[in-house]
Design a protein around this ligand. Structure first.
Ligand SMILES: C[S@@+](CC[C@H](N)C(=O)[O-])C[C@H]1O[C@@H](n2cnc3c(N)ncnc32)[C@H](O)[C@@H]1O
Length: 356
């Protein structure tokens, strides 16, 4: 039983069972024991690997997307390049390298990273120390610079807490985390049924309520309506809405029991892209996509970029680039090419964005 486990047991004894959202919030973001607050979880020796950590090509193509969108926005200056949940800062480093090749764009840009983890902020600061930009950090999307914004986010939405509701023969109940007879964390249901959900859903159906992502999308949309802007969001998830449990815990590149090691495993859910698109459209902005990561990267020139890098490389480097290309685009069940989706949320007057 680790420190956070003991703390959670104490909280549940004092206040009763907690929602899944509260559990995720504490496990990922508790200031002392939260997963992202205490470690750099990326890479082969960590818990998982993300697209920018697999290959520089991912960030470079995101940079090219930003440049193309900046032109379509009328090359605004000043313009803020904002990343949500920047991890090690690798995506931003690679994107800025591509952006710096575009005449006039670097001079127009400010760079803001929205990051809650002090450890990862330090890693980002180091990674970006030679990028040639002054980097600002922000706590949330409520602190965006009051200028046009280009926003990027890879595997950010999946880290946001969700509520889950389960249909029983007595109606819909919130899924909660409580204690069993041995004071071990266990899943349970709130006693009172909740009104307002689909009454004809089969018993056992699970509905995931993503109100926290929704409030972020609404805020971004509001900003774009006032100041102009576009957001590129990449994540794993489903493009059709539906009922189902997507809550999962990952440690050392494998799935683990989400209640076993609070604060020591990454907790995520699959992103409901259809839901995100509806919220964005309902907030008065436009949406491009979703498309798959494979189609997006190929449309932006992944094959050409990989060939160019391979041309200059040794046999070993060529093999590595081939491997990176395959990992980013593979459409196998576990590959990133199909499971990961890409959407752009943008000012309604922007259209024909690259990659869609
Ligand atoms: C799965 S990592 C993705 C990292 C990076 N984008 C990448 O692709 O390598 C999630 C990132 O989001 C950050 N994060 C999680 N919750 C956050 C929140 N509520 N606000 C800002 N950043 C958050 C984490 O600290 C981490 O940097």
């Amino acid at each position: 039983m680790n420190d956070l486990y003991r703390l959670l047991v104490g909280l549940i004894k004092a206040d009763g069972p907690m929602s899944l959202a509260r559990y995720m919030e504490l496990c990922l973001g508790h200031p002392r024991f939260g997963y992202y607050m205490t470690r750099d979880p990326f890479g082969q020796t960590g818990d998982f690997i993300t697209a920018p950590e697999i290959s520089q090509m991912f960030g470079e193509l995101v940079g090219i997307w930003c440049a193309d969108t900046w032109f379509k926005m009328g090359s605004p200056s000043p313009c803020a390049l904002v990343e949500l949940g920047p991890g090690r800062g690798t995506l931003m480093v690679d994107a800025l390298r591509a952006i710096c090749k575009v005449p006039g764009m670097a001079e127009a840009l400010s760079v803001t990273l929205v990051e809650t983890s002090p450890i990862l902020r330090q890693t980002q600061k180091k990674a970006l120390s030679e990028a040639g930009f002054t980097i600002e950090w922000a706590e949330s999307v409520f602190d965006l610079p009051k200028t046009p914004v280009l926003l990027i986010a890879n595997e950010f939405l999946d880290a946001l807490p969700i509520h889950q509701f389960i249909r029983t023969d007595k109606g819909w109940h919130e899924r909660v985390i409580g204690l069993d007879e041995h004071d071990q964390l266990c899943f349970g249901l709130s006693p009172e049924p909740i009104n307002g959900f689909n009454k004809s859903a089969p018993i056992g159906s699970i509905f995931e309520d993503t109100r926290i992502s929704a409030s972020i999308i609404e805020q971004v949309a509001l900003h774009f309506k006032i100041y102009n802007g576009a957001a590129l969001m990449v994540d794993y998830g489903h493009s059709k809405p539906g009922f189902g449990d997507t809550f999962q815990a990952v440690k050392a590149h494998g799935f683990v029991d989400p209640l076993a090691l609070p604060g020591e495993a990454d907790l995520t859910t699959h992103v409901d892209f259809e839901g995100i698109c509806q919220i964005a459209r309902g907030s008065g902005v436009a949406v491009s996509g979703p498309t798959t990561q494979r189609d997006f990267l190929l449309a932006l020139g992944l094959f050409e970029r990989a060939s160019k890098l391979a041309e200059k490389g040794s046999d070993e480097q060529r093999l590595a680039i081939r491997g990176q290309f395959d990992r980013l685009t593979s459409t196998s069940e576990t590959g990133m090419g199909k499971l990961f989706k890409v959407i752009a949320i943008h000012h309604p007057q922007l259209d024909d964005l690259a990659g869609f």
